[in-house]
Design a protein around this ligand. Structure first.
Ligand SMILES: Cc1cc2nc3c(=O)[nH]c(=O)nc-3n(C[C@H](O)[C@H](O)[C@H](O)COP(=O)(O)OP(=O)(O)OC[C@H]3O[C@@H](n4cnc5c(N)ncnc54)[C@H](O)[C@@H]3O)c2cc1C
Length: 386
């Protein structure tokens, strides 16, 4: 952390991401400085280079024997280096040596750029700095796939304490929760009871709960639980749809009558071609379609991406259709594109920074590394620095 010079002011920070510098502005300098120092910088252009060279992408032969979706064309059977990189990293997450090494050295190597500490105390400090910079936040106790029902109930109880702590601190932070962390793998009923406890407690605290979306085999149960909460009268809850899944278009259509609060994402897991678009361009196209339909429908839309093309598409589409800024928001991850986050705030958009904490950061970190080669380079560089 802190490898790059921190901009002195909020407007400087936004200016850097546009490639210009605004001098002499002095808006909440301490807050901006603290935030940028916490984040570090992420724009070192490696991905842009990779994109340029990816014109002639790597060709892989793909076994399509049991595919149900439309057969891909020859061009579609080529995958780009980004996808290959992502597949390799996500496949390595279960490797015992990788796991042991990352767990032992990950924080020292820079996991702290993506995780707001291992304790709620550390996280609260970060949340405060982000809020002071004009950003909205949510937090998550990192973890998934608990041992047993008792552990899952324990996680739910911790979340109730976190809600109390957020209220006590006077923060506006929401929660984002994974159902596997609340016992989904031990039964849908258990996870449903646990999330309902959290949602009900959040309502008393005027707070909002987002149910994250996990691997494709958990999508149906996650959506059933979300629907059930809404049917039982809970309105302070939303969920997530992943643009890479073929099924998402139907899921979206079924949820629309609920005027849902939806976070739309590309999708972060390693999914087979039988359920998810293998090509980034198809994922991006479906992402844009979903955003447009969500903005035209009722409900609130959170566009969660760091992708400039998607962000600008959202802004242009909303402007063209007279959709006001309070009908949607952008969401980004803590540690990723901080200047862009601040620039969007300056342009008058709501930006929420997902700011997780907790000792079980391993899987979360591996997904961040898989998303961007530069993130892995960042950690490797730290490994060789004294
Ligand atoms: C708030 C939030 C919540 C999420 N929740 C879920 C969830 O519940 N379930 C789930 O499956 N996934 C979730 N995700 C992850 C998501 O599915 C993607 O894996 C992740 O956001 C990466 O995709 P992307 O849209 O940012 O764009 P990518 O396709 O990763 O990147 C597109 C472009 O964005 C730009 N870019 C990306 N990162 C940087 C950077 N560091 N610096 C400069 N430029 C950059 C580059 O131009 C790049 O080409 C969430 C993501 C966010 C932000």
């Amino acid at each position: 952390m802190g490898r790059y010079a921190a901009p002195a002011t909020l407007r400087d920070a936004a200016g850097q991401s546009r490639g210009d510098r605004s001098e002499g502005v002095n808006e909440r300098p301490e807050a901006a400085y603290a935030t940028m120092r916490t984040y570090g910088d992420t724009n070192h252009g490696v991905l842009t280079e990779l994109h340029r060279t990816s014109e002639g992408s790597i060709a892989l032969s793909v076994d399509r024997s049991d595919m149900t979706p439309p057969a891909p064309s020859r061009a579609q059977r080529r995958i780009d280096p980004n996808l290959l990189f992502r597949t390799l990293i996500l496949s390595a997450t279960q490797n015992r040596l990788v796991k042991r090494t990352m767990r032992r050295h990950g924080m020292r190597l820079g996991a702290g750029r993506f995780v707001a500490g291992e304790t709620i105390e550390a996280c609260v400090e970060t949340l405060r700095a982000l809020e002071a910079a004009g950003l909205h936040t949510n937090t998550t106790l990192l973890g998934e796939h608990v041992e047993d029902a008792e552990a899952a109930r324990g996680v739910a109880s911790t979340y109730l304490e976190v809600l109390d702590r957020i209220a006590g601190e006077g923060l506006k932070t929401n929660l984002a929760v994974k159902l596997t962390h609340l016992g989904l793998d031990d039964g849908e009923t258990l996870a449903a009871e646990n999330i309902e406890r959290i949602v009900a407690h959040a309502a008393k605290r005027s707070n909002f709960i987002r149910i994250d979306m996990e691997e494709s085999e958990r999508v149906a149960s996650t959506l059933r639980i979300y629907r059930r909460l809404r049917e039982r009268g809970h309105t302070n809850v939303g969920t997530v749809l992943q643009a890479y899944l073929y099924r998402t278009e139907n899921d979206f259509a079924e949820l629309l009558p609920l005027a849902p609060n939806l976070r739309l994402v590309k999708g972060a897991y390693l999914e087979p071609e039988s359920v998810a678009y293998p090509r980034k361009s198809d994922v991006d196209a479906q992402f844009k379609r979903l955003i447009e339909r969500a903005l035209l429908g009722a409900g609130h839309t959170a566009v969660a991406t760091h992708d400039d093309a998607i962000i600008e598409h959202t802004i242009t589409f909303a402007a063209q259709h007279g959709i006001s800024n309070d009908r949607f928001e952008f969401q980004m991850l803590f540690g990723v594109r901080p200047q862009r986050q601040l620039e969007l705030v300056e342009r008058g958009f709501k930006v929420l920074v997902a700011t997780p904490y907790g000792p079980d950061w391993y899987l979360y970190l591996m997904r961040r590394l898989a998303e961007r080669p530069a993130n892995l380079t960042f950690m490797l560089r730290n490994a060789f620095r004294r």
